[in-house]
Ligand binder design. Structure first.
Ligand code: ADP
Length: 755
């Protein structure tokens, strides 16, 4: 025990342990107890691991037993003392045979050693880190030099620490001029920009950030990314002005095309017309609202389908397929019309397919529109039907007038002849003469009306021809005035005639032209109060002959002037006023003048201010040589005339009239009688009615020419119709002349006198 007593007093901290597990504590040095603040009685006898639960201790103790040599453990700290470090060494106490008798677990203060070692380690780590950093920086700057972004690093004071080559290029400044300088000094404009705020923010928060913006001083767009770096911030940036511009343009374009698309959509969706586009595969690429409505299906169900898939009737789908192919092949639009049964019922559509030509010149699609023409069509049909009805009734009216006037002529002929005879017979009997004169006037008026009617309806039917020849206009005017003389006298009008001395020649149907002029003068007489003044002036201007008929009568309103030449227009006169005609005189006159290649116009300064009608005709181009006018003779001398007409009254009155004129006359009432009479009587002229039963006028004429080829006789046809073909036919049958019934006495007399 002494020796244990001695141990206890030894300097140093140690425990004495049994040399076998559980390595109970045998004793401890006083210094150990002090240092660990333990009491000997509490630890002696307990396994050391209970007191010092240090895992490495057990292994170390076993090592000591195995090798019988001391073993050092890692430096450790004691419980409750974090200041100091201890080295533990386990050393055997051997007996004389070298066996381990006890183990001394000894602690040495290693605090200083540990501190020094730590310092050394730290220094080493620092050196190592610095080396790594330099290495990294070197490597990094290589990378940074090669990247296409601008890059610079700022230290915590925002001073340029590093600037790569690209940044030099972008900023246009040498890095030597930047390194060490504060970015706020180098770029004073930066501070209040998004970029400036971003740099400060990343510096403070140590969180990366980025921004794209316009930097006014450079007039450029920059894209900037900022990262926290160990000694400040690292900034990558690039000039994106070009991309930005391109993007702006693209966005603008996109905006515009989108706007356009919307515009088209609105326009196309708000028309009742159907609008559609086919792809080259015959599938609908587009269908507007109206078309979708007509189909009654939503867009997504319709687009991409063919007409077949949309349930068009087979014939129609086939037709459209053909049409699409045609448009693609010919690059020309096609039109069509098709009935289609849609949600709006059965409608008729007028459609057009047109090629859409791509930039390469190929047809890339087929665009079409269709318009509902059902209503228009119905209306058109109604109008056409109405027009047809009007045409029919117009034709019916013309036919009625033609038949009526023709039928009226037959009783007029004998009536007129009778009146003439009566007048001749009543000479010396004033009362009868007056009545005869009146009757003649009325009958003549009636004849004129019927003639006008007949003529206008013939003109309307294109069944009328002029007999034009070179005539002296002066003579035509005189004839016309002669016709009008009774009317002028009756109204006590003063007639003023002025005409050039030189003869004025025109190519005209003298009878018709006289009729036109007479109509103008008659109207002037009719529509001018008694005792008026009527001027007829004949003149020549340039290549035209002009006949102007001017009165100081009723005049015509401007409105009336617009319609004065219209058929059945009776101007401003009250309908019941009987003094006028049917309102066809001027219409007929104008038609006749038109047929002569001339013009007929009217002017008036207004109601009550008189009127002037002006007729213009082209002058005759032929030489004004001999053409002598037929001079009517007052008597027929002893001309022998054979009158042939199945209408007994007409034949007899005409015969009597001719006798009154001094002719020798015989009358026959049919062809056979005529032939017999001719043989006996040997006339110099035969007046032959055409429309006779059994043997008509043509047959009689042919027979006469055949039987008496050498007898000089004038054959004169008398017909109700004055058509050109009748005249030709008459000439062919051997007639020399042709006169329309009822014969105008003057005309007839002139004709007979000349044969
Ligand atoms: P109508 O048989 O009625 O005379 P016209 O065709 O000759 O038919 O004339 C048509 C209308 O023109 C007449 O009804 C009349 O109102 C008007 N008119 C013709 N000539 C004259 C004129 N000289 N002065 C005034 N009005 C005239």
């Amino acid at each position: 025990m002494d020796y244990l007593q001695f141990l206890r007093g030894l300097p140093g901290l140690f425990l004495v342990l049994e040399p076998a597990p559980p390595f109970k504590i045998v004793d401890a040095s006083d210094e150990y107890l002090r240092a660990t603040q333990t009491v000997r009685g509490e630890i002696v006898g307990r396994p050391v691991l209970e007191v010092f639960p240090v895992s490495s201790l057990c292994a170390s103790l076993e090592e000591v037993i195995r090798t019988a040599r001391p073993h050092a453990m890692e430096a450790q700290q004691l419980r409750g003392d974090s200041e100091r470090w201890w080295n533990a060494v386990n050393a055997p106490i051997l007996d004389a045979q070298g066996r381990v008798q006890l183990i001394v677990h000894r602690l040495e203060d290693a605090t200083e050693v540990v501190r020094l070692r730590r310092m050394e380690q730290e220094a080493h780590a620092r050196i190592e880190a610095e080396r790594a950093r330099i290495e990294h920086d070197l490597r990094a700057s290589e990378v940074l030099e090669s990247i296409t972004d601008g890059f610079f690093a700022l230290d915590r004071e925002f001073r340029f620490e590093y600037v790569n080559h690209e940044a030099e290029l972008i900023l246009g400044i040498a890095r030597a001029d930047l390194i060490g300088q504060s970015i706020w000094d180098a770029y004073p404009g930066l501070k209040d920009t998004d970029f400036g705020r971003l740099y400060r923010n990343v510096m403070d928060t140590r969180q990366p950030g980025s921004a794209t913006g316009y930097y006014e001083p450079h007039q450029r767009w920059y894209d900037v990314h900022v990262y926290p770096a160990p000694r400040g911030v690292a900034i990558y940036f690039r000039n994106v002005t070009e991309q930005r511009r391109a993007q702006d343009e693209f966005e603008q374009l996109a905006l515009e095309s989108e706007t356009q698309r919307r515009i088209y959509e609105v326009v196309l969706s708000n028309t009742p017309d159907l609008v559609f586009i086919f792809g080259l595969d015959h599938r609908f690429i587009y269908a507007n609202e109206s078309l979708l409505n007509m189909w009654g299906i939503p867009r997504e169900q319709a687009l991409g389908k063919t007409t077949w898939e949309l349930g068009y009737p087979e014939w129609e789908a086939e037709m459209h397929d053909r049409e699409i192919e045609e448009v693609v092949a010919t690059r020309k639009p096609i039109h069509g019309e098709v009935p289609f049964e849609g949600t709006t019922g059965r409608r008729v559509w007028d459609y057009i397919f047109a090629p859409v030509i791509g930039p390469g010149g190929d047809v890339v699609a087929i665009a079409g529109t269709a318009r509902d023409t059902t209503d228009r069509r119905t209306a058109e049909e109604a109008i056409a039907a109405q027009a047809e009805r009007l045409r029919q009734s117009d034709r019916a009216k013309d036919e009625f007038i033609a038949t009526l006037s023709h039928e009226l002529r037959n009783p007029l002929a004998p009536l007129r002849n009778s009146v003439a005879i009566l007048r001749m017979k009543s000479q010396g009997e004033p009362e009868a003469a007056r009545l005869g004169e009146m009757m003649e006037r009325q009958v003549n008026h009636l004849v004129r009306l019927v003639d006008d009617l007949l003529e206008i309806s013939r003109i309307n039917r294109g069944d009328f021809a002029l007999r034009r020849e070179r005539v002296r206009l002066q003579e035509v005017v005189r004839n016309a005035l002669e016709t009008c003389a009774p009317a002028l006298q009756a109204r006590k009008h003063v007639l003023e005639l002025s005409q050039p001395d030189a003869l004025v020649w025109v190519d005209a149907d003298s009878v018709r032209l006289a009729q036109v002029i007479a109509n103008l003068v008659d109207n002037a007489a009719k529509y001018t109060p008694d005792g008026g003044h009527i001027a007829v002036r004949l003149s020549v201007q340039e290549r035209e002959a002009i006949v102007a008929v001017k009165d100081n009568g009723a005049g015509i309103s401007p409105e009336g002037l617009l319609h004065v030449f219209e058929m059945f227009n009776r101007g401003d006169r009250a309908p019941m006023l009987t003094d006028g005609g049917l309102g066809i005189g001027l219409a007929l006159a104008k038609r006749l003048v038109d047929m002569h290649g001339g013009t007929l116009g009217a002017t008036s300064e207004g109601l009550g201010k008189g009127s002037e009608f002006t007729l213009r005709l082209p002058l005759s181009t032929a030489d004004a040589a001999d053409a002598g006018a037929a001079t009517p003779q007052s008597a027929l001398g002893r001309k022998r005339v054979l009158v042939v007409d199945d209408n007994k009254d007409a034949a007899d009155t005409l015969g009597m009239m001719l006798r009154e004129m001094g002719a020798e006359v015989q009358v026959a009432h049919d062809g056979k009688e005529a032939l017999d009479a001719f043989a006996r009587f040997r006339p110099s002229a035969v007046l032959l009615d055409i429309g006779m039963p059994r043997m008509n006028g043509y047959e009689v004429a042919r027979e006469l020419r055949a039987r008496f080829p050498d007898v000089p006789v004038s054959l004169i046809a008398l017909t109700g119709w004055g058509q050109e073909q009748d005249r030709t036919r008459a000439r062919d049958a051997g007639f020399d002349h042709h006169i329309v019934k009822p014969a105008n006495l003057d005309e007839l007399q002139a004709l007979l006198a000349s044969v």
